[in-house]
Design a protein around this ligand. Structure first.
Ligand code: SF4
Length: 256
């Protein structure tokens, strides 16, 4: 097993299937214990922040490549200037919109994405509510066809704004699962593995995603804080660190 630059394990294909470092097959991974352990530590996390459906969708687009604190500032600006709705953004002056979303970073790109998305919704569906009323599969296909809407943004909109059970995968989720199970998943495979393992429930999907984000921010950072992490007992990365520590102790003893 090789530890990669970012601190994650690189597990050979063989190691995933058999041998001393055998890992569970993706279809057989149980994610329920992870949820229970995180939920026990963090409690129920009431996600996603946003008073209206429009605000949730706008937040999902603004949060690309930035942290939520910056998004909050941009949302506050939009609110003060009466631009916190899809219809208002569709008709907004591009320059003013850029100024409003500036705190969220990549402001020109994000203002253009918001405007393009809003004009698409108004032009093709008349309202956001009508667009979101489609079934999850059709909605996802349509969202992914809109410029600037990737899988994470599309799934966030489906789960949090249209309240349909699609699990949102983000960088935290990929990193945590990689470290805990030693398997590097791509977006679609990880989404399928989690959805196959847990109960199909919107409230659970929302909270589980929030728990991953909380764990990623507090413990499973770039430099992980394993000693107090609620997943440490079963985490492969942590167990590997501990066994390396034991080996190092034995070496020191023998040397002395
Ligand atoms: S024990 Fe927790 S913080 Fe450490 S690598 Fe595992 S999941 Fe991340």
């Amino acid at each position: 097993m090789k530890v990669m630059k970012h601190g994650c394990f690189m597990v050979s294909k063989e190691a995933k299937v058999k041998g001393r470092n055998a890992k569970p097959l993706s279809s057989s991974i149980d994610f329920n214990w992870m949820y229970k352990a995180m939920r026990k530590r963090f409690g129920f996390l009431d996600w996603w922040p946003g008073e209206t459906t429009d605000e949730i969708v706008i937040g999902a687009i603004l949060t690309q490549q930035t942290n939520w604190k910056n998004v909050e500032k941009a949302i506050a600006n939009l609110k003060v200037h009466g631009l916190l709705s899809i219809k208002a953004i569709a008709n907004a002056d591009p320059y003013i919109l850029e100024r409003m979303v500036r705190p969220s970073g990549y402001y020109r790109q994000k203002a253009a994405r918001l405007r393009n998305f809003s004009q698409y919704v108004v032009g093709n569906h008349g309202s956001l509510r009508r667009m979101l009323s489609q079934d999850a599969q059709s909605l996802r296909k349509e969202l992914l066809g809109i410029n600037g809407i990737g899988k994470e943004t599309a799934d966030s909109i489906i789960l949090y704004a249209s309240e349909k059970p699609v699990f949102v995968i983000d960088a935290y989720t990929i990193r945590i699962v990689d470290r805990v199970f030693g398997i590097e998943y791509k977006y679609d495979k990880l989404q399928a593995a989690i959805e196959n393992s847990i109960e199909r429930d919107v409230k659970l999907y929302k909270d589980f995603h929030a728990q991953f984000v909380e764990l990623g921010k507090r413990y499973c950072k770039k430099e992980p804080v394993c000693s107090s992490c609620p997943l440490s007992a079963k985490c492969l990365y942590n167990r590997h660190l501990l066994s390396s520590f034991d080996e190092a102790q034995v070496t020191i003893k023998n040397y002395n």
